[in-house]
Design a protein around this ligand. Structure first.
Ligand code: HEC
Length: 125
């Protein structure tokens, strides 16, 4: 009887962890995608860059993999936000290198995060 009880309890816990998993319920959270609130550099943009861009554009990787373009600090991201390359590349606009390179385009929601941040003045917030 008690074995059965524990079996049911453990099964229940396993299942409830799965269903309560935040990233399962809200898959956009991990990707830094939530445009319902003000988008900030620290909470929105950096998560997104970490997830999709820094494998090539971190300080260490940039020289070998990222065309020497670093996106790991506010100052450098701001440079590409200001010159239009950040948005142009993720939108796959003509005249820009398509980013993330050799991978699927960012989701509409992720692009909206970047657009919202840039149109808000690319603040260091
Ligand atoms: C697999 C490696 C890789 C990933 C991932 C990647 N990039 Fe790049 N990126 C490059 C390389 C290499 C270049 C240099 C230009 C080229 O070769 O296309 C580049 C160039 C750029 C440029 C300059 C664009 C231009 O038109 O010259 C920007 C801006 C940029 N990347 C932003 C991003 C952003 C934002 C992400 C994530 C959404 C990203 N990259 C993901 C490799 C990568």
């Amino acid at each position: 009887m008690s074995k059965l009880f524990y079996f049911i309890l453990v099964s229940f816990l396993a299942v409830s962890c799965y269903w309560d998993n935040e990233e399962y319920l809200y898959p956009e959270i991990g990707s830094g995608c939530d445009t319902t609130m003000a988008v900030t550099y620290s909470a929105g943009v950096t998560n997104l860059l970490k997830g999709s861009c820094l494998s090539c554009h971190s300080a260490n990787a940039a020289a070998n993999l990222g065309g020497n373009i670093k996106l790991d600090s506010y100052a450098s991201v701001k440079t590409y936000a200001d010159n239009g390359q950040l948005l142009g590349s993720v939108r796959h606009a003509s005249g820009y290198s398509q980013m993330p390179k050799a991978s699927t385009k960012l989701s509409d929601c992720q692009m909206a995060v970047i657009e919202k941040w840039v149109s808000g003045g690319s603040l260091n917030n």
